[in-house]
Structure formats: structure tokens, C-alpha cells
Design a protein around this ligand. Structure first.
Ligand code: MF3
Ligand code: CO
Ligand code: CO
Length: 304
């Protein structure tokens, strides 16, 4: 490699990671004592390093553009559903809306037949934490309903969800939706090169538990883009400074499931529907993010 190019790569790296930050190679040493020295791996080596070490497939710009296109379809799907949410509709009607709009846009719904999931979207009402199967259930005034969509467009996956009010919410519904929304916002704000996956979960757990709510442990955020669920796992609880170091090109979801009562969950007989063990309300918001040079960009950007 030409010396000039080498120098440029080194400078790019220096911008991203502070000299005193922990080295992204995971050595535990400061960056200036490790990969900043000539001996350590350089920018281009991170793709291999993260693949070999963590099975994480870093995304190039063209991949990110592809996922972003799918993300635009995600936003249209969520808006379409939002406009139709009202007391009296069935959860299966939401499935029909999502399925047909997805197909009309030359995309495929990733949930359909995924590990035997029978529908094109997850619809989770009130005490249902996630993976609700659309069916005959009728939405009633005061319910909260989470709609989780994951289309595949040109081979690229984007994954996001929102929790909506049906009619007029009571005070408990308002609280759990506010805390779930804020949990994603706070988790997202931790995403930047040099921070770790543990920092994300730590920030969410501290906030949500501080509000008297609880964080579900059994389901986590995940790498996404080339497949539905890729490494790494992104827990919504954890310890500051622990876990894999974030570097540009990582694409993953943050999707905290927050319960008004206790954190424990039960899976119903259908082997999919996850409910709170104590019957309390649960809410969730999810976005697909890419780590950039100085923070993150949402590839499914809706306001929080
Ligand atoms: N969309 C969910 C997630 O955020 C996964 C749903 S799996 C399904 O990871 F099979 F239920 F669709
Ligand atoms: Co997800
Ligand atoms: Co999802």
C-alpha cells in the first residue's frame, strides 16, 4: 500500500477513536498503546477482525444505501398502519394492510414463515410483549398496540416498530408508552464509535428502572441488514463499558421491551406470543441504526 494512503487511513481512524479510548480491537489497552502503533491492525482490517472475532458483517456504503431504502418502506408501512388504528379493527386487518403494501412495493415480509411464524407482521396488544400473531382479536378503546415490521427489499432487511394508542389512553398506557419511547431514545444516544454494546443496555436499564418499570431480558436487539437476525446481540440491560466496541459500519437494532410491572415473561401455547407474567402492560419502540464516524444514523428514522 502506498504510504500516502496508509497515512490517510490512520488519520481517519484517529478522528473516530480518541487516543486514550479503549482500543476497538478489544485488547483492553488504550488505543494509543495498541492499534494506533504501527504494529496493530489498520482500518481495512476491522472488517476481517469483526467477522472473525464476533461474526459481525460490517456494512459498506452501498449496503447502507440498500438498507436505508428498505427503511423508507418500513416508515411508509408504519404510517399506513397508524392511519388505520382505531377501536373495532382486528389485528388481522393490520396484517392484511402490511402484507399487501409490502408486496405492492416489490418487497417481501420477513416474518412470514420465519421459523414457522404464520403472518407478515407482529401485532402485540397490551400485556403482549412481542411476537403477537395477528388474528381475530379486536382492538378496543384504551388499548396499546405494537406493530413490528421487517420488509426485505432488494435483499436488504430493515426492522422497526412503534406502539400506538387505540382511541384515548389511560394513565398507565400513557406512562408505559412514554418510558418505552424514551428508552429507545436514550439507548440510541449511546451509539458512537468507542462506546460499547454494554453502554447501550446500561443506559436503558438505568432510565427504565428509575421510572419504576422493568426491562425484558429474553429478547434483545440484533445485527440486521443481510439477514433478519445477525450478530451481535444488543441487550437492553447491562454494564457500562462491557461488550463489543462499536465501530463505523455496524448495523443493528435497539428495541427495548419495557414492562409496567415485573420483567418476567411467559410464552403462550402457540409458541410465539410473549406476555408479561404479571399481566402488566408492555410497550416497545425499535429502529435500525448504523454506526457512523461520529455517532449513528437511523436507517428507519421516525421521531421519538
Ligand atoms: N421483528 C422482530 C424483531 O424485532 C422479530 C420478529 S420474529 C417473527 O426482531 F417471526 F415473529 F416475526
Ligand atoms: Co428486531
Ligand atoms: Co422488529
Amino acid at each position: 500500500m502506498e504510504a500516502k494512503t496508509k497515512y490517510k487511513i490512520q488519520r481517519d481512524m484517529d478522528d473516530k477513536i480518541g487516543r486514550n479510548d479503549p482500543c476497538p480491537c478489544g485488547s483492553g489497552k488504550k488505543y494509543k498503546k495498541c492499534c494506533l502503533l504501527k504494529k496493530g491492525p489498520k482500518l481495512n482490517d476491522y472488517k476481517d477482525l469483526y467477522l472473525q472475532t464476533y461474526r459481525i458483517r460490517l456494512k459498506e456504503n452501498r449496503d447502507i444505501e440498500g438498507i436505508k431504502k428498505t427503511g423508507q418502506l418500513v416508515l411508509e408501512l408504519l404510517q399506513l398502519v397508524k392511519n388505520e388504528i382505531k377501536p373495532g379493527i382486528s389485528t388481522d386487518y393490520i396484517n392484511t394492510l402490511v402484507h399487501e403494501f409490502t408486496i405492492k412495493n416489490n418487497a417481501v415480509s420477513a416474518p412470514l414463515n420465519y421459523r414457522g411464524f404464520p403472518k407478515s407482521v407482529c401485532v402485540s396488544v397490551n400485556e403482549v410483549v412481542c411476537h403477537g400473531i395477528p388474528g381475530k382479536r379486536i382492538l378496543r378503546d384504551g388499548d396499546i398496540v405494537n406493530v413490528d415490521v421487517t420488509p426485505i427489499l432488494n435483499g436488504y432487511y430493515a426492522d422497526a416498530n412503534q406502539t400506538f394508542f387505540v382511541g384515548s389512553p389511560g394513565s398507565e398506557a400513557q406512562k408505559i408508552v412514554r418510558v418505552a419511547r424514551e428508552s429507545l431514545k436514550i439507548g440510541r444516544s449511546m451509539v458512537r464509535p468507542g462506546n460499547t454494546i454494554g453502554d447501550i443496555g446500561w443506559a436503558i436499564q438505568k432510565y427504565a428502572e428509575g421510572e419504576g418499570c422493568s426491562v425484558v431480558r429474553e429478547f434483545v436487539g440484533h445485527g440486521v441488514g443481510f439477514e433478519f437476525h445477525e450478530p451481535p446481540e444488543v441487550p437492553h440491560y447491562g454494564i457500562k463499558g462491557k461488550g463489543i466496541r462499536l465501530i463505523p459500519g455496524m448495523v443493528f437494532t435497539i428495541e427495548p421491551m419495557i414492562n409496567l410491572g415485573r420483567k418476567e415473561v411467559i410464552i403462550l401455547e402457540d409458541n410465539w406470543t410473549v406476555v408479561t407474567a404479571d399481566g402488566s402492560l408492555s410497550a416497545q419502540f425499535e429502529q435500525t441504526l448504523v454506526v457512523t464516524q461520529n455517532g449513528y444514523e437511523s436507517l428507519t428514522p421516525f421521531d421519538l
